[in-house]
Design a protein around this ligand. Sequence first.
Ligand code: PEP
Ligand code: MG
Length: 755
Amino acid sequence: MEYMLWLDQLSKDSGNIGGGKAANLGKMVKIRLPVPEAFIITTKAFNKFLEVSGIRSQIKELLEECDVENTSQLLETSKKIKDIILAQEIPYPIKSEITETYKALSYSNKIVSEEALKLISAGRDLAIVSVRSSATSEDLPSASFAGQFATFLNVKGIKELLDSVKECWASLYESRAIFYRIKHGFKHSSIALIVQKMVNSEKSGVMFTTNPATGEDVVLIEATWGFGEMLVSGAVQPDSYIVSKKGEIFEKKIGKKGRMRIRDYASDRTIEISVPRNKINEQVLTEGEILKLLNYALRLENHYKRGQDIEFAIEKNRIYILQTRAITTEAKKEKIIIKAEPILKGIGVSPGVVTGKVMIIHDLEDISKVKSGDILVTRMTSPDLVPTMSKCAAIITDEGSTTCHAAIVSREMNIPCIVGTRDGTKMFKDGQLITLDSYKGLIYSGKVEIEKQKIEVPIGLKTATKIKVNLAFPKNLEEIVKKTDGVGLLRIEHAIINSRVHPAKLIGEGRKEEYIKILLDVIRPITKAFYPKPVWVRTLDVRSDEFRNLEGGEAEVQEANPMLGWHGIRRSLDEPKLLKTEFEAIKILHEEGLTNTHVMLPFIISVEEFRKAKEIAKEVELPESVKIGIMVEVPSAAISIEDFCKEGIDFASIGSNDLTQTTLGVDRNNAKILGLFNELHPAMLKLMENVIRVCNKYKVESSICGEAPSNKPKIIKFLIKYGITSISVNIDAIEKTRKVIFDAEKESKLIKERT
Ligand code: PEP
Ligand code: MG
């Protein structure tokens, strides 16, 4: 076959011939998700059709002459092009391939026996299919093209299929699609079609792996009875379930599902009927179904490493995944304080706060009255309204939910939107001034006073590399926990310096409990907030010049160069009572159940030191659940990393501050030679590459916790290429690091192999 492809024949490079939507379906088949059987009529078929019929240049000319801002001209051009397409015959080789492949699909077998062919040719047993577009620029992470092209459901028989194919091809030139492409700067490229066996959905719905309205890292599922178009059309209030990624169902809202679309057995057509009374307020999904769906959602999110928006259907207790695409927006979160009383409530689905004049649209004839900056109020939006929506400051609809057309498109256009107000179109008058807060779904009369606090919440960007944080104090933990995968460096020395007493003095005076308390007061709240995410507590690493100012610090040795002096693990081994006390504090936390607390040894230079530290851990009976890792801060550790791995370190974290100092011989405290302090020095890259590759070989987690990735994001690209497991950065660098890691992973083949 030259113009058709089965789903499992698609590869990651098929985007140009199968289109975005088909490529996604193909990927889902590969990762063994239950996708209904389908074949693709490739873009090659459409291109051939244009070529054989000789209409390509005619279409091009019509498009060039059209001013898309002029609505009537746009509608006329669109109609002309569609008519030209519909008037053509599908050329022979394509027509026959479509027919044969459809028969094979109907027979659920790609090789059709003679006998089966006879049955099928008689017109019986032909599958009921859907015909959907899969344009080459559709379902891209940056634009969803929601509802832009034609979709035909319940298509049966060869003639109907061929007609639908032509209609679908023609829909590449729907006025709204032409407008959308021009506005988004896409080419009027080509179109592939998906012919897929219809699931006779008893239930259907949509899932988001990140709550698109709030940016929270939870899975949001919406479901209703019958076919899913009811959801997108916004005509029902679906059930909505909020599920944690660990499988706890946080929230269940049972919607009022008054109408449903089903297949009418007599005509094989989709019909809309009232939902039987006892089912209107009944929960659509069982808990088992919710958990199964969660599993599929997480598999998809994991695969794409980004938030996904997924459609599903259930027939005879079997779940089918119909499509998936990246969540198209990154929600900006603002904290809004409005003291007025709201006059109307709905569901906020695209965040923002706006004041403007209402313009009510009852039907498409009203669109000319909408001016730029108006707040569009309507029963429900449709693809034809998209050009008008793009001019508006905000959108309010009577009907709908998080997944309806208005919600998807407004999120994509970054326009605040509230759906499901029930009474918006009745309550407001044209020209009325209102303010809406779509974070909360509230509408106020007139212009109200607004206090805004901006918080950026990165959503949708999932990375394979873990993002951790460097901490010293238990502050603002709730916010930080949400954004990170653990603590890659917990510096305890700040708490000790704040206590103003030298720990050796406390121990020497038999005040060990006080030292334990100082330690627990900083470590416990952090491991508790992060549980079960790991927290790597670094054992004491204070330099003698820093210790000297503490009570009892007078006895500190005078060192010519404290940076390369008596600190880190070498000192801890010389003063084992201090190290033992630190281990005891960690033991207490494990006994309390905070088994995510682990130990990291600083400034280590030999396997011998690691071995000794382990012996001390044994003496205090530090539980097995405590992982013990090392910091790589000296070339000796970086070069001998294989020996450390063989000795049984649980992880290795590059301390790039000290490693740069020790590798380049540049005192990190000496401002005069600051210009020489370069974490990207080729020798540094070689050492880091060695550490990461060897750790990967021994399946030991590798990380970095110096300032380098926070201050010099360029280094991240290298670390990702080498295959680092996690990157730990300062609190203020978390967000920007996520983006840099995301882009670096996309670029790196190595990561693809690893994940
Ligand atoms: C480092 O050396 O990179 C590190 C993280 O430790 P500190 O900066 O505390 O010496
Ligand atoms: Mg250091």
